[in-house]
Design a protein around this ligand. Structure first.
Ligand code: C2E
Ligand code: MG
Ligand code: MG
Ligand code: MG
Length: 271
């Protein structure tokens, strides 16, 4: 369990024991009220430019502070929320909180770049009102669309469209950046790169963590492909100085991972 505790250190009990006294059906049933009660909180993990390690922004990662004092990571409830539809309210709440906090951070560090990167589920893009919801939140929180990035998983862009590409085009037209998350874990059909307004790829953790030594040629080829399509490349789950150096040499633009900073409070992020 050591590895699991390292990765999911917000989960105070191990997932197996937890699941046995908190049923998935309970989690699903309690989630909508949890959103209303403000039990969802957002951590931020720095995004840095690889060639000089300068801060470029942060990714917002949701956590659930349960009334019993336990803290659940997103792997315990996001998939359920997508299935029940409560991801729509949850996602809007995460975006709102993230923009509020990013606004405070940016006001405290004027002149520092800060791209706010927020995960969005395909289910949210199926909502007819999603563009209005997002633009309304940006307006209320005075967060510029040009400083918002949305992360959509490779798995999610492969699902039958349901209007998602039209929504993404409208968001991109507003100035929002769209990146493909967990790239390299899903399908190899890259046709969606032409269908959708994609600005970048986030290389999946396993690809990066096991990478440099074994996969240098593969990673280098992906970076070349991405750059030839004018896509930026972000490497996630960068855990060591060695990985950071090799990913930089391979041409990755941006990195994120424990080596550069754990997910945590936004006010602890230094410009
Ligand atoms: P993701 O978007 O790929 O986020 C990166 C995950 O990798 C995060 O897990 C982060 O804590 C973890 N991580 C960061 N650095 C390292 C590292 O150096 N090594 C390793 N092994 N892992 C690292 P987390 O916070 O448990 O989030 C899991 C997934 O849940 C996210 O994966 C994302 O897909 C989803 N998620 C999180 N917040 C939201 C949200 O607000 N909305 C939606 N729809 N999904 C979310
Ligand atoms: Mg996790
Ligand atoms: Mg992400
Ligand atoms: Mg990812």
């Amino acid at each position: 369990w050591a590895k699991n505790e390292g990765r999911d250190r917000y989960v105070l009990h191990d997932p197996v024991r937890y699941r046995s006294d908190l049923q998935r059906s309970d989690v699903a049933a309690q989630l909508p009220a949890a959103v209303d009660r403000g039990e969802l909180v957002v951590d931020f993990q720095p995004l840095v430019r690889l060639h000089d390690h300068a801060l470029v922004g942060a990714e917002a990662l949701v956590r659930w502070n349960r009334p019993d004092g336990r803290r659940l990571g997103p792997d315990h409830f996001i998939a359920l929320a997508e299935r029940t539809g409560s991801i729509v309210a949850l996602g809007a709440e995460v975006l709102r909180q993230s923009c509020v906090q990013a606004r405070v951070w940016a006001d405290a560090h004027p002149g520092s770049p800060f791209l706010l990167s927020v995960n969005i589920a395909a289910r949210q893009l199926a909502e007819p009102g999603i563009v209005d919801t997002i633009s309304g939140i940006l307006e209320q929180t005075r967060w510029p669309a040009e400083r918002l990035q949305l992360e959509l998983t490779e798995r999610d862009v492969m699902v039958p469209d349901g209007g998602a590409s039209a929504m993404l085009r409208r968001l991109a037209a507003m100035g929002v950046t769209i990146v493909i998350d967990d790239f390299g874990t899903g399908y190899s059909n890259l046709a969606y790169l032409h269908r959708l307004p994609v600005h970048g790829l986030k290389l999946a953790g396993p690809f990066v963590t096991d990478a440099p030594a074994d996969n240098a040629a593969l990673l280098g080829a992906v970076v070349t492909l991405a750059h030839s399509l004018h896509l930026t490349v972000t490497a996630e789950s960068v855990e060591t100085a060695g990985q950071a150096a090799q990913l930089g040499e391979l041409g990755c633009d941006v990195a994120q991972g424990w080596y550069f900073g754990m997910p945590g409070r936004i006010d602890l992020i230094q410009p």
